[in-house]
Design a binder for this molecule. Sequence first.
Ligand code: ADP
Ligand code: ADP
Length: 229
Amino acid sequence: MPIIELEDVWKRYESGTETVEALKAVDFAAEPGEFVAVMGPSGSGKSTMLNVLGLLDVPTEGVVSLDGRDVTDLSDEEMTRERKRSIGFIFQNFHLIPTLSAVENVEVPTLFGNDPTARQRASELLERVGLGERLHHRPDQLSGGQKQRVAVARALINEPRILLADEPTGNLDRDTGRDVLELFTELKVEADVAVIAVTHDDQLRQYADRVVNLVDGRLTEEATEEFTT
Ligand code: ADP
Ligand code: ADP
């Protein structure tokens, strides 16, 4: 069963007298353990789709289901609770807090949970992403790829079922980007998460199980690539 699903999702923005249709009749589903790349040019609706999948925004029409449950009409509070419980976010610009160490950054999503095991779990996750030797480094003491791995560890700290990534390789050189993508392919299996990455980066095609294309708000499935690296 899909962990997250969009059915006939439309998103319209009213700006002045104009209506922009950012998503048009989008059907989408991702299974646990699946890595899906959503590709499309600028303005095609990728951020809007990510915000809807991340329960940060609601569709104008259509249904969003999380683990088989319709979450479209939840209150803001319930939405926030579902988001914190089920979804981890990764951003192009890493969004790390510059004054905190790597391990403290990974702990941030647990801060209101008063969880005595958080430090231990954060350290283990950093080891898992290959940064066991960098626990106490601040972001400015880490390379781009290391920063993104800290962000991946932070996204995993609450054991989400879904990882949403917005241009995760956008600020990385090709080799470093490849390392992060390899990490995604390991994690989706080990942690049984659905990884959904929104991107322009063609390199993702080789790592994703499935590629969907978003063009002018419409989503189409791409034929599966037969080669792997
Ligand atoms: P992408 O992430 O692929 O660049 P977006 O989802 O940001 O695409 O935008 C899709 C379309 O919706 C664009 O035409 C954009 O201008 C429009 N749009 C996005 N957000 C808003 C908003 N808050 N108000 C009005 N129009 C918006
Ligand atoms: P961009 O790819 O345009 O630079 P960001 O990566 O900063 O955008 O953010 C992508 C989307 O995620 C934005 O629409 C924003 O509203 C949302 N967002 C940004 N920061 C957070 C956060 N800390 N938690 C949840 N959502 C966020």
